[in-house]
Every structure is written in structure tokens, then in C-alpha cells.
Unconditional design. Structure first.
Ligand code: BGC
Ligand code: MG
Length: 553
């Protein structure tokens, strides 16, 4: 069934957000995620750092993005490469100094770029002074800052909760003679969010960086902050997914994530955020892609945005992507705001996930046209703009503990190889020995090779971002699919009361006919530069992504 475009006459009653009113960078812009360790190394130690990011700000600004999300840069023993923080108010020396961060922030702001930090406050590092005090006894001032339990008589552990990267989430502590809970590595003890002193300290951590000009945060595993007060066992989850190799995926996580107390904690965090001008935040949704779950935490008195893996976990099928988007659209209130990504530092890059090969770049352009024309804030992962793939890494090259443990079934390192700037040694990332091997694809796939190529992925991303920023409908309009169950092509409208854009994406290597609603459609952008505005049926060329605007005469 072909859904009809709303005619101009009926448009008047459309409930759409007024375009361009109160422009907000986190809602109207594009976010660019940087994994600092792999973006640019300035001091030849083979590890990316803050001066390295600063040296590439002109490039980042040239993309037309609005904000940089920096994966963690705080002091850390690096058991989880920075997602285990031992001092929230300092910068880890491998990335530089507080002064380097002040320079980066000032230089970013000078270019109109916002800075978002990765706030990892579900857990700390085992080396944080808070944990050292907490473990020292059962009655010190921080004894209740973490989750300490005894095992019931006859039981090996306090309950059956599994950790994400291993077996039990409970680790015995010889000093305190109790178990402590860790959702991730045992080096990452979870904070006790039920303790008001913990929440007060964490709100002060946010204020510490907001006071220093940070524009917002990505909240690491934001839906995990609270666990069931009664510590009830999770029921089993009968899944046939290969992920079932990990105990974490063999449980239904009823009692260790998504607890109702999150809402008040988010309201408290939002009050802190809104006490500063124009701040934003996006919470990471752990594990689920259930749009109902995602939507319940987003709103004016919750978090500004939540980022789940809805698009990351889809196969290369338009109906899968469209179903995920429609679920989000149905779950989100009109004034609540989705957020989407295709890749991040935890999963193989989508170029590789979707099959690589001779059509890799063609698919990347189609995927980019989708990500950058949906209703919701797009988050780009560094390197996706040049269609950078995840290289095959030998086991001895791996650095990430769970990637070593579950090789070759689970591999995060392949998403973390150095950014590919040039075709020279180490892709221009470092003059030293890179901490992870540079992908061999850098010989052909790199920023320098694409900058002056009008048909490159990089220049298509730039054109898409430019079009999105110039189009009220692409930024704030409603989303309306034209084909209910798409087979080969996703075709949808983005509409406000003053602009209608049509996006037509052919996911495969053969021609496909897609319906065109009546009206005068002017071509605004296409992967195929020789396209003219269509007639009734719109024959899409293989892997063609085209965006049209309805003109009202
Ligand atoms: C991060 C992972 C990290 C985990 C524990 C996730 O959200 O993206 O890289 O291992 O949180 O902090
Ligand atoms: Mg360095």
C-alpha cells in the first residue's frame, strides 16, 4: 500500500515542530564520536591524544558536524580503555593534561563545535579512591558507596547476575570479606546509586566539567545505574544467538538494568544540566533495542536523548531498518527526540558488517543518506565518513580483554584501529608504533585520497550534512514511509508545514521502481549525479540514494 504524500492543502493542519525555532545543537545538529586513543597521536607514543584531536579540529569542523563526543579521557588504569575511571576530575596523562583539554575545548568552541564528554558513572575503576576506602572495612564513610553483599548460606554468590564480559558479576574481596558487584570487568565496581551521597558526588562531577565549558555528556550504560533492591535472580533467556556463548546473554535482565528508580535520577541529572545554558546529553541504552524502553527515558523532564543500537543490529534489509525506525517513531512522543547511529567503538564498523566487498562504498552512501535524513539526531563514528572498514586482526594484535577472551566471536578492537588520514606509513596517525595496527585499507581509503574526489564517500557525507542543516524538514519534520513493507528500497517523506522532502534509497545492486507522489519534485542530492526529477514512477539505479524537494507550484 502506497502512503500518499500530504497535499499542500491538507498540510496546514500538520502537527510539526516549527522548523528553525530555538535551534539546539544536540537536537538539530550532528554529533561526531571520537575514540581519542585512535584519532590522532601528537607525541609519537602511538596512542591518540588531546593535542592530536586539536590538530584535526579544522577537518572536523569542515565536516559540518555540530558536536564532538569524546570517548573517556579521564584518569584510568585502562582495564577497559578508559571506561574505568579512577579520577573523574583529571585527564589521563596518555591523552594529555587539563591544559590540553582546556585548549581543545577553547579551539573547538572557536570553530563553533561543542564538546561532549563520556560520563562513566555507573561504575568506577577499582583504583578509584572511593573504592579503596569502601573496600577497607564494613563501616567506613564510603562503605555503602558500592554494592557489597554476602552470599546466602550454601550459595556460591549473592545471586545469579552475570557480568557483560564474563561469568558472575560478583567478585570476592579478601579485605572486606564480602562480594562486590561489577556489571563489566571486576576492575569496574558498580556504584551504589541508591546512596544519596553517591548521587550527590556524581552530580558534582557533572558540574565540575559543565563549569569548565563542557557542552554535554554521553552517559555510559545509563540504563544500568540501579539494580533491584531485593537482588532477585534474573530468569533465564532462551536465545539461539551466538551471543549466548556469554552468560550475560543467557539471562533476562529484569533485575539488573532498567529499574524504575532511573526516572528520578534522570530528573535530578536534567536539573543540573538545565541549570547551564544550551547543554545536552545522550544516555546509552544497554542491551535492548526495544523502542518502548528507549522512549520512556526521553523527554523534557528526563534525558534529552537516549542512544540505542536499533540501527546497528539490523541486517542490510530496508524493511529491517524501516521497522526499527517505525518502532521508534511510534514509541516517541512528538516532542521527544530519537538519536541514531550505525557504528561506534564497540562493534565492527557497518561497512564491514554489511558485507564489505566491491559495493562497500555504495552501501555506505545509502546508509549515510538514511542516517542523515531520519527524524532524530545522527551520531557519526569517526572514519565512517570515509567508509573506513574494520580490518581483520590476528589474535595477537588484540588489546581488548573480552575481544581476546571471545575471539573470533566478539571483537571490539576492529572498530578501534587508527583513523586513516593518508596512505603513508601508519596512515598519518602516528610517527610511532600505533597501539593497534592500522588497517591495510588505508592505502586506498583515507581522508587525503577522498578530499578532492567529488564522488567520494567523504564528499557525499559533507553534502548530506550540508543539506540536512539547510533543510527544516530534514532536521525537524515528521517521518512518513511511502512503502509499508519495503523490499529493495526505503522511500519516505520528511515534512514540516513549509517543506516536504522525499528520500529514496535503493539498498541493492539492481534497478528498482519506487512510487513518486504527485507534485513537482526537484532533485536536491543524489549519489547518481545524472538524475533528473522523476515522473510518476521513479526508477532507482543500483545503490542509488536521492533526495528530492517538493516545490509548491
Ligand atoms: C562502552 C563500552 C564499555 C562499557 C563499560 C559501554 O557502554 O561503550 O566500551 O566497555 O560501557 O563501561
Ligand atoms: Mg600520543
Amino acid at each position: 500500500m502506497i502512503l500518499r504524500a500530504t497535499s499542500w492543502k491538507k498540510k496546514a493542519g500538520m502537527t510539526t515542530l516549527t522548523p528553525d525555532s530555538n535551534y539546539l545543537w544536540w537536537r538539530d545538529g550532528v554529533i561526531y564520536q571520537i575514540y581519542p586513543r585512535s584519532f590522532m597521536d601528537s607525541n609519537g607514543d602511538g596512542v591518540g591524544d588531546l593535542p592530536g584531536v586539536t590538530s584535526r579540529l579544522d577537518y572536523i569542523a569542515s565536516l559540518g558536524v555540530d558536536a564532538i563526543w569524546l570517548s573517556p579521557i579521564n584518569t584510568s588504569p585502562m582495564h577497559d580503555f578508559g571506561y574505568d575511571i579512577s579520577d573523574y576530575e583529571d585527564i589521563d596523562p596518555v591523552f594529555g593534561t587539563r591544559a590540553d583539554f582546556e585548549t581543545l575545548t577553547a579551539e573547538a568552541h572557536r570553530r563553533g563545535l561543542k564538546i561532549m564528554m563520556d560520563l562513566v558513572i555507573n561504575h568506577t575503576s577499582i583504583e578509584h579512591s572511593w573504592f579503596k576506602e569502601s573496600r577497607s572495612s564494613c563501616d567506613n564513610p564510603k562503605a555503602d558507596w558500592y554494592i557489597w553483599r554476602d552470599a546466602p548460606p550454601g550459595k556460591k554468590y549473592p545471586n545469579n547476575w552475570a557480568c557483560v564480559y564474563g561469568e558472575s558479576a560478583w567478585e570476592w574481596d579478601e579485605t572486606r570479606k564480602q562480594f562486590y558487584y561489577h556489571m563489566f570487568f571486576k576492575e569496574q565496581p558498580d556504584l551504589n546509586w541508591r546512596n544519596p551521597d553517591v548521587r550527590a558526588a556524581l552530580m558534582n562531577t557533572a558540574r565540575y566539567w559543565l563549569d569548565r565549558g563542557v557542552d554535554g555528556f554521553r552517559l555510559d550504560v545509563a540504563t544500568a545505574y540501579f539494580k533491584d533492591a531485593q537482588f532477585r535472580d534474573n530468569p533465564p533467556s532462551l536465545t539461539l544467538s551466538p551471543r549466548a556463548a556469554l552468560p550475560w546473554f543467557r539471562q533476562k535482565h529484569l533485575y539488573d538494568i532498567e529499574q524504575p528508580e532511573l526516572h528520578d535520577a534522570y530528573r535530578e541529572f536534567r536539573r543540573v544540566l538545565d541549570s547551564y545554558p544550551e547543554r545536552g546529553a545522550v544516555g546509552e541504552v544497554l542491551l535492548t533495542e526495544d523502542a518502548e524502553v528507549v522512549a520512556r527515558y526521553v523527554g523534557d523532564d528526563q534525558l534529552p536523548m537516549m542512544l540505542d543500537l536499533g540501527l546497528v543490529n539490523q541486517p542490510w534489509l530496508p524493511r529491517s531498518f524501516q521497522r526499527s525506525v517505525m518502532e521508534h517513531e511510534a514509541a516517541f512522543a512528538p516532542d521527544a527526540w530519537p538519536c541514531y547511529c550505525l557504528s561506534n567503538h564497540d562493534w565492527p564498523r557497518h561497512v564491514t558488517r554489511h558485507g564489505g566487498g566491491p559495493f562497500a562504498e555504495a552501501r555506505v552512501k545509502v546508509a549515510a543518506a538514511m542516517l542523515l535524513t531520519l527524524r532524530g539526531t545522527p551520531v557519526l563514528y569517526m572514519g565512517e565518513e570515509i567508509a573506513m572498514p574494520s580490518p581483520h586482526l590476528a589474535r595477537h594484535d588484540l588489546k581488548d580483554p573480552p575481544s581476546k577472551l571471545y575471539w573470533p566471536f566478539y571483537n571490539r578492537d576492529s572498530a578501534r584501529t587508527p583513523m586513516q588520514w593518508t596512505d603513508s606509513l601508519n596512515a598519518g596517525f602516528t610517527t610511532g608504533k600505533p597501539w593497534l595496527p592500522v588497517g591495510p585499507s588505508h592505502k586506498k581509503i583515507n581522508v587525503a585520497a577522498q578530499t578532492d574526489d567529488p564522488d567520494s564517500a567523504l564528499n557525499f557525507y559533507l553534502a548530506l550534512i550540508r543539506l540536512r542543516k539547510s533543510s527544516p524538514a530534514l532536521r525537524r519534520g515528521t517521518y512518513r514511509p511511502l512503502i509499508e513493507r519495503p523490499v529493495a528500497a526505503m522511500t519516505y517523506l520528511r515534512e514540516t508545514d513549509s517543506q516536504t522532502m522525499l528520500v529514496a534509497l535503493n539498498f541493492f545492486g539492481h534497478d528498482v521502481d519506487v512510487p513518486m507522489p504527485p507534485g513537482n519534485w526537484g532533485l536536491r542530492l543524489s549519489t547518481h549525479r545524472d538524475r533528473r526529477a522523476p515522473g510518476k514512477a521513479l526508477r532507482r539505479a543500483p545503490f542509488e540514494a536521492s533526495i528530492f524537494e517538493l516545490s509548491d507550484y
